[in-house]
Design a protein around this ligand. Structure first.
Ligand code: 5GP
Length: 125
């Protein structure tokens, strides 16, 4: 099987860096709102809310539940809340996990959504 016929994202990743790895390496431009040694936060290219930022670990894991390092996962959410609070007082954090959970980019990331104002978003979980 080669990259063109690979049927699963896991196989595909062996030869193809993820879109977000290409953002981290500056191969793909992005509006960066935060960066440290471990994470980068960028504006979503197709925003679903007035504030829509993605907090992305620089070292790719395919999906949230493949992360085994608890401290790394803790820092991911600490960073997401820090970035969120720098952008908007109230917000929603979303992680889509797997195709059935709506994940389309198989490089773990946390969506920071907000900016709706005091009434909040139209739909509620
Ligand atoms: P997922 O569906 O995997 O939870 O979220 C992937 C997100 O990445 C989507 O909201 C999509 O708009 C965003 N996205 C996909 N490609 C790019 C890109 O090249 N640049 C940026 N900034 N966002 C992207």
């Amino acid at each position: 099987m080669n990259a063109l016929t690979a049927s699963s994202p896991a196989v595909y990743r062996v030869v193809m860096p993820t879109i977000f790895e290409r953002v981290v390496s500056r191969e793909i431009p992005a509006e960066i709102v935060y960066e440290d040694d471990e994470f980068i936060a960028i504006k979503d290219i197709n925003p679903a809310a007035p504030v829509h930022v993605l907090v992305i670990p620089k070292v790719a894991s395919e999906r949230l539940d493949t992360i085994t390092d608890e401290a790394h996962m803790g820092r991911l959410f600490m960073t997401a809340t820090k970035v969120a609070r720098s952008l908007t007082p109230d917000y929603r954090l979303v992680v889509n996990v797997g195709p059935g959970g709506g994940q389309t980019v198989f490089h773990t990331h946390v969506h920071v959504l907000g900016g709706w104002g005091e009434d909040g978003p139209d739909g509620h979980v």
